[in-house]
Design a protein around this ligand. Structure first.
Ligand code: 5GP
Ligand code: ZN
Length: 113
């Protein structure tokens, strides 16, 4: 999508600190980090939100979830982490390209705000 900032980051048309990428996903540091480690894991394919996924995305979604532990290990999150997906208005999703927040290096609280 031409006006999507996360597509532009994945295509390196916008600067970001990419910490991992392969043919299917891109992982970069959030520019307003909410924890000492805060990276965003995105599919390179433009998908607006979790609500916009379908059966054809099953392989991609499971690929992302299975990659999380490797990305967390690379980020030094041996003591644990939190994975967050905001969806829609009540979920406070602000960027309409599916992303998984990976947060760590601090004790999380519950319930989330
Ligand atoms: P959401 O609120 O949609 O779940 O999360 C969007 C996240 O993207 C926010 O944590 C926000 O700080 C981050 N973000 C928004 N614009 C940019 C950007 O241009 N670069 C980077 N690295 N992060 C961004
Ligand atoms: Zn996009």
């Amino acid at each position: 999508m031409s006006d999507c900032i996360f597509c532009k980051i994945a295509q390196k048309e916008l600067p970001s600190e990419i910490v991992y990428e392969d043919d299917r996903i891109c992982v970069f540091r959030d520019n307003a980090p909410q924890a000492p480690v805060h990276v965003l894991i995105i599919p390179k394919k433009h998908i607006a939100s979790l609500d916009d996924t379908s059966e054809e995305d099953a392989g991609l979604l499971s690929y992302i979830l299975l990659k999380v532990k490797d990305i967390a290990a690379d980020q030094g999150l041996a003591d644990g982490y939190r994975l967050v997906v905001n969806c829609g208005e009540d979920g406070q999703q602000t960027v309409k390209h599916l992303h998984f927040h990976l947060l760590g290096k601090r004790k999380m609280t519950w319930p989330p705000g």
